[in-house]
Design a protein around this ligand. Sequence first.
Ligand SMILES: *Cc1c(COP(=O)(O)O)cnc(C)c1O
Length: 422
Amino acid sequence: MNQIMKDAYGISPQTIALLRRAEEDLAEPFRRFEAMAEVNQAKVLAAFHEETISERHLTGTTGYGYDDAGRDALDRIYASVFGAEAALVRQQIVSGTHALAACFFGILRPGDTVVFATDTPYDTLEEVVGLRGEAGSGSLADWGVNSKVVPLLSDGSPDYDAIKAALDPSVKMVAMQRSKGYAWRKSLSICDLKELIGFIKGIAPHVICMVDNCYGEFVEELEPTAVGADLMAGSLIKNPGGGLAPTGGYIAGRRDLVELAAARLTSPGIGGEVGATLGVNRLFFQGLFLAPHTVMQSLKSAALAARVFELAGYDVCPTADSLRTDIIQAIRLGSAEKVCAFCQGIQKGSPIDSQVCPEPWDMPGYESPVIMAAGTFVSGASIEISADAPIREPFAVYLQGGLTYESAKVALLCALDKVLAQ
Ligand SMILES: *Cc1c(COP(=O)(O)O)cnc(C)c1O
């Protein structure tokens, strides 16, 4: 590998040596990731077998998409694997934000309050909720749904006292985010979420606990819906699509809530019973089949990035030996120049569009200029090796994905080399 990396990309032997050293320290985390993939793979296969998935499930419907055997079986498989009563897995859900918005708008009514218990929600949700953006754009706030944000404590854990104080009788839903998003904090593990949900239910049993599960699927043995969450949502071009899903999102949880979200996604009275799958069923099934393995590949890639940048003297979150609950690796590079160098390196080592040089831009839905490296087969898929960073303090870059550990390593070498050259 050294010779190719030197000839093809001009990577210095020192950069390669640093990466090799990092790799030697990762035997223990890698063993853990492999054990997790085994458990989750077995769970996915068992759900396939329960539904006796056959050739007929892999083809699709057109038009209204009534009686789509594949779509309906996939909904049940997602529900089973995620420990939920019901699920809605659709290409008509255009992104994670859309899946989450369908949950909010499907369930909340004028006069209701939603509490964000883990600080400000992910950037793209701020405009959905009406925390940012113009009045009249159709946000929850425009519809008379109130929101409260409870900041996390300085150590990144939920502020139980403040959450308790926020739970007045108008609160219908408490939303929480598993993954750190673009924040320098720890992500919330399944154990953290279970405890938080138990606490909320202890005070207000009827409050709906909803989890933004983006980037979390298959990183741990259980998902939020298996430990008390009433509802969760995520994107298929992240973990559960396994790198094969070309688009889509999912919603899983209590049946009545999934149905309300489906009524918002399509229309009341129609809900989840329509939605042509065209040719996408096979990729959704095969992607879910691969997802536990693909997630393991990206966890290995994340741990390698963490270790190599630890050795290079940078702060990383989480640290290389941490237990993980999502596939995100944050690295504090400290300057806009290094952030750009890192993203440009990842792009250079990606399979698609390696000739492109990413620059920061004002991306719709995001508050600060964002730079994104995404040389991906599926446009914008972040289960594939990708890096993004808002250009703001503390100049941290967020790395995720890696369809294969080997290819992520090439991209990481390019990024490391560019940062070390700065
Ligand atoms: C990616 C992400 C979203 C939004 O998903 P999109 O598919 O980009 O719309 C929401 N929340 C978190 C934590 C995410 O990581």
